[in-house]
Ligand binder design. Sequence first.
Ligand SMILES: [Zn+2]
Length: 143
Amino acid sequence: MYKINHEIILKGNAELSNKIFEDKELSNGINPIFKCNKCEIENSFTIIPFNTGFSFSDLIEKEFLREPFLLKEKIVSEAFGIYAYSNKYLVDGLPPIYFALNCKNCNQPHICIFGFGERQQGYFVCSIAGIWEIEEKDLNTPT
Ligand SMILES: [Zn+2]
């Protein structure tokens, strides 16, 4: 798992085993499986609450990922009311987090975007918005 440090484009949405994890399911971390969008090999990854992932706001502020696309595709929604105090966007009503990872077989980069937080007091939820194949935007631009 790694941070993104250049502008990316989201391509195909990868197939994911399970998207919502709640409460006790989260205590030892979760291990969802996704099918690589390019070679179709199954990959597993681990999300450990309060540990896995990086600031999603950072990704938007640095313009590595374009906001209109994310809103249009309903990957994130704009936060309102008290939520807007700490987060500009939400995933399924939860603060968004992301990480990038490569397919173990073909090395294709993917991004995972998920929301993690308290749905009610003391009741935590991890909701995965999805995993997408990504492409560096300037990859083929001559320098
Ligand atoms: Zn692959």
